[in-house]
Ligand binder design. Structure first.
Ligand SMILES: [Zn+2]
Ligand SMILES: [Zn+2]
Length: 104
Protein backbone atom coordinates (compact mmCIF):
# COMPACT_ATOMS: atom_id res chain seq x y z
CA UNK A 1 0.00 0.00 0.00
CA UNK A 2 1.35 3.36 -0.97
CA UNK A 3 1.81 5.81 1.83
CA UNK A 4 -0.23 8.93 1.54
CA UNK A 5 1.39 12.30 1.60
CA UNK A 6 -0.06 15.34 3.27
CA UNK A 7 -1.03 18.35 1.18
CA UNK A 8 -1.96 21.67 2.76
CA UNK A 9 -4.72 22.10 0.19
CA UNK A 10 -6.06 18.58 -0.22
CA UNK A 11 -5.19 16.77 2.98
CA UNK A 12 -3.89 13.20 2.80
CA UNK A 13 -3.52 12.11 -0.81
CA UNK A 14 -1.78 9.56 -2.93
CA UNK A 15 1.57 10.80 -4.11
CA UNK A 16 2.28 11.48 -7.76
CA UNK A 17 5.76 11.39 -9.25
CA UNK A 18 6.35 14.14 -11.75
CA UNK A 19 9.31 15.89 -13.32
CA UNK A 20 10.31 19.28 -12.04
CA UNK A 21 8.88 20.93 -15.18
CA UNK A 22 5.43 19.58 -14.42
CA UNK A 23 5.76 21.05 -10.92
CA UNK A 24 6.71 24.34 -12.59
CA UNK A 25 3.58 24.16 -14.78
CA UNK A 26 1.44 23.65 -11.70
CA UNK A 27 3.02 26.77 -10.22
CA UNK A 28 3.12 29.11 -13.21
CA UNK A 29 0.27 27.72 -15.34
CA UNK A 30 2.43 27.36 -18.45
CA UNK A 31 1.79 24.19 -20.46
CA UNK A 32 4.92 22.12 -21.02
CA UNK A 33 3.24 18.99 -22.30
CA UNK A 34 2.37 16.03 -20.17
CA UNK A 35 2.90 12.33 -20.62
CA UNK A 36 1.63 10.13 -17.86
CA UNK A 37 1.18 6.59 -16.73
CA UNK A 38 -0.36 5.08 -13.66
CA UNK A 39 1.55 2.48 -11.74
CA UNK A 40 0.28 -0.60 -9.93
CA UNK A 41 -0.26 1.40 -6.76
CA UNK A 42 -2.54 3.84 -8.58
CA UNK A 43 0.06 6.59 -8.46
CA UNK A 44 0.43 8.94 -11.38
CA UNK A 45 3.87 9.13 -12.94
CA UNK A 46 4.10 12.08 -15.29
CA UNK A 47 6.65 14.14 -17.09
CA UNK A 48 6.74 16.94 -19.62
CA UNK A 49 7.19 16.29 -23.32
CA UNK A 50 10.82 17.44 -23.18
CA UNK A 51 11.63 14.80 -20.57
CA UNK A 52 9.64 12.23 -22.54
CA UNK A 53 11.68 13.07 -25.65
CA UNK A 54 14.93 12.74 -23.70
CA UNK A 55 13.77 9.39 -22.39
CA UNK A 56 12.80 8.16 -25.85
CA UNK A 57 16.13 9.28 -27.27
CA UNK A 58 17.68 7.12 -24.64
CA UNK A 59 15.69 4.04 -25.60
CA UNK A 60 13.23 4.51 -22.76
CA UNK A 61 15.85 3.91 -20.09
CA UNK A 62 16.33 6.24 -17.17
CA UNK A 63 19.94 7.15 -16.57
CA UNK A 64 21.52 9.19 -13.83
CA UNK A 65 21.88 12.10 -16.22
CA UNK A 66 18.22 11.92 -17.22
CA UNK A 67 17.10 11.66 -13.65
CA UNK A 68 19.08 14.74 -12.85
CA UNK A 69 17.45 16.71 -15.66
CA UNK A 70 13.94 15.49 -14.93
CA UNK A 71 14.46 15.93 -11.19
CA UNK A 72 11.40 13.85 -10.33
CA UNK A 73 9.39 15.21 -7.40
CA UNK A 74 6.80 13.61 -5.21
CA UNK A 75 3.72 15.80 -5.13
CA UNK A 76 0.10 15.53 -4.07
CA UNK A 77 -1.90 13.72 -6.72
CA UNK A 78 -4.83 16.12 -6.47
CA UNK A 79 -2.44 19.03 -7.10
CA UNK A 80 -1.24 17.23 -10.23
CA UNK A 81 -4.71 17.67 -11.67
CA UNK A 82 -3.81 21.28 -12.34
CA UNK A 83 -1.04 20.16 -14.70
CA UNK A 84 -3.52 17.98 -16.58
CA UNK A 85 -5.90 20.93 -16.90
CA UNK A 86 -3.17 23.28 -18.11
CA UNK A 87 -2.20 20.77 -20.79
CA UNK A 88 -5.83 20.11 -21.73
CA UNK A 89 -5.70 16.47 -20.79
CA UNK A 90 -8.92 14.99 -19.47
CA UNK A 91 -8.57 13.49 -16.03
CA UNK A 92 -11.91 11.71 -16.20
CA UNK A 93 -10.34 8.28 -16.43
CA UNK A 94 -8.02 8.90 -13.54
CA UNK A 95 -10.03 8.20 -10.48
CA UNK A 96 -7.17 8.87 -8.14
CA UNK A 97 -6.82 12.43 -9.33
CA UNK A 98 -10.02 13.26 -7.56
CA UNK A 99 -9.29 14.46 -4.06
CA UNK A 100 -10.09 11.78 -1.55
CA UNK A 101 -13.09 12.45 0.62
CA UNK A 102 -14.83 15.43 -0.86
CA UNK A 103 -15.18 17.95 -3.58
CA UNK A 104 -12.25 19.87 -4.95
ZN1 LIG B 1 10.32 17.60 -17.58
ZN1 LIG C 1 -2.74 18.94 -3.17
Amino acid sequence: MTEKIHCDKHGDQLPAFVCTHVVQSIEDGVARGLVYSIDDEGCVNAYCTACEAMLNDNGGEWTEELEEKADIKMVCQACTRRAFEINNIATGGIESLKPIGGNA
